[in-house]
Design a protein around this ligand. Structure first.
Ligand code: ATP
Ligand code: MG
Length: 477
């Protein structure tokens, strides 16, 4: 009996011991833990503007293997030549947010003229904003000199020019790293990676904003948007890409100042459209653009028709973007011409219908005329380089030609067949009734030549009827 009691007591003691051991393990109070608590405060505290916060590697945890070799080469070359050099901007932001950076940018104390000769394949580019491009095969590292504000009386016209609207026409006033941080757009884009001790420098409370998933413009939002209206599009893009919220003071003026975007050079707008809609987050970007009513500055004719009852415009736009996002996620190529052809398809159809009433043109000529008009309007918003506009026209023409199935083999050889077919399928998926012609083409491509689907009888009949008048004169002669 006593031995049973002793065993019971021993058992209770063992369970109690285990319980306390586990508890202590779960919340060990150690020196390093105390350090981390203090470090947490340090990285989340809001510091006075311009004050430097140094986030050590042990806290930011950016893996070194994620740093781009060529960007590191550029930074070390600058440092070896006595200049400062940092990885900066989107690459630091994306690495901290656990995303793959699209490209790596470098900031330096060297002027463009000083930096350019340090590299074999470097080119000085830009006038409004002079930078150096250093090329490594297909990769380009953008090297920018620390910028400063434009208030100094000593700045010349060559360095700084501002329109009456506040828009910066030239931004080539150089300064210190602290000044440079203030000139950047959002706090999360003003983080500098120091390759010498692998720490991250933050002068604009970007690190706490990143932890809080917040997009906050540096300085006065209205003034910064007036200086460069593209910043409004960038806010929408980063919110979409990172899934962050836009700080109320940063978001609020966008509705009022959105119209300034129409003053941005169309060539720059073309680049921005591709960044918004063709870098893997197109659907999410569209939602942000619509939220701020900014889509109309990108594709005005499409925007006007988004709520159309007659055509499934919004569905096609969404489907085209979803497809593009999916292709990019699978590392497949995407073509800007396809995206524009899809986005502008219903404006084109609508214009063709309008022309029907005015001009007596055969369908293909009507398509060409409508294409001229729609593309003519579009290039006032965003430039479209000729190599793309030619392809856009061909994809549209394909929509017409794909309705004729009697020359299927010939059509399949056409360089735009695939893109044309993809748009046809997308139109059907968006709700357009095309008598199942998309499925017919899918089957046609997937079957052996001897097992291909038949051409519907009425189409064959149509063709023979059309041919008859041509044959008659021959028979007479
Ligand atoms: P991503 O490369 O993913 O598009 P990013 O932020 O790197 O994003 P870039 O256009 O490569 O964008 O610009 C690099 C950096 O230059 C930005 O992070 C930002 O610090 C600064 N920057 C770019 N555009 C502007 C602008 N319009 N106004 C102020 N700063 C800008
Ligand atoms: Mg970048």
């Amino acid at each position: 009996m006593t031995s049973q009691i002793v065993l019971l007591l021993l058992g209770i003691a063992a369970i109690a011991g285990l319980y306390f051991a586990l508890r202590t393990k779960a919340t060990p109070i150690t020196e390093s833990n105390i350090d981390n608590t203090q470090a947490d405060d340090l990285v989340t505290a809001i510091l006075p503007e311009g004050e430097r916060r140094v986030v050590p590697e042990s806290i930011h945890n950016i893996p070194r293997h994620a740093l781009d070799d060529n960007a590191m080469r550029v930074v070390y070359r600058l440092i070896d030549n006595g200049y400062d050099g940092y990885l900066v901007g989107g690459c630091v932001r994306d690495l901290l947010a656990g995303k793959n950076p699209k490209d790596f940018d470098v900031a330096t104390s060297a002027t463009p003229e000083q930096a350019e000769p340090l590299f074999n394949r470097a080119r000085l580019i830009g006038r409004r904003f002079k930078i150096v491009h250093v090329r490594f095969g297909r990769e380009v590292i953008e090297v920018t000199t620390f910028r400063a504000g434009h208030d100094s009386a000593s700045t010349s016209k060559d360095q700084s020019r501002q329109a009456a609207s506040g828009m910066l026409l030239r931004d080539n006033v150089y300064g210190t790293i602290e000044e440079d941080a203030k000139r950047r757009d959002f706090s999360i884009n003003a983080l500098y990676y120091n390759v010498e001790d692998n720490s991250v420098y933050d002068f604009a409370n970007g690190y706490p904003d990143l932890l809080e998933k917040r997009i906050r413009i540096i300085g006065d939002a209205q003034e910064r948007y007036r200086e460069d209206p593209v910043r409004m599009l960038r806010a929408a893009r980063f919110a979409a890409k990172l899934g962050f919220d836009i700080d109320p003071d940063t978001a609020q003026p966008i509705h009022k100042l959105g119209n300034l975007i129409s003053k941005v050079a169309p060539a720059r707008m073309f680049d921005e459209v591709l960044k918004l809609l063709q870098t893997g987050y197109g659907e999410a970007c569209l939602r942000q653009l619509l939220r701020f009513d900014l889509f109309k500055y990108l594709l005005p004719a499409t925007d006007r028709m988004l709520e159309s009852d007659e055509y499934p415009v919004e569905q096609l736009v969404n489907n085209a973007l979803r497809n593009t996002d999916r292709r990019l996620a699978q590392d497949k190529s995407v073509n800007p011409a396809f995206l524009f052809a899809a986005m502008l398809w219903y404006p084109l159809v609508d214009r063709m219908r309008e022309l029907e009433g005015h001009k007596d043109l055969p369908p293909l000529q009507r398509l060409h005329e409508a294409a001229n008009q729609i593309l003519g309007e579009q290039v006032r918003a965003t430039a479209i380089p000729r190599r793309f506009s030619t392809t856009i026209r061909e994809i549209w023409e394909m929509q017409h030609r794909l309705l004729r199935r009697d020359r299927a083999d010939q059509l399949m050889e056409h360089p735009r067949f695939r893109a044309g077919y993809d748009l046809l399928v997308l139109r059907e998926e968006s709700g357009e009734d095309l008598n199942g012609i998309g499925d017919w083409w899918t089957e046609y491509q997937n079957s052996q030549p001897n097992a291909r689907p038949q051409i519907p009888a009425e189409e064959r009949r149509k063709r023979s009827r059309r041919r008859r008048p041509n044959r008659k004169p021959k028979e007479q002669s």
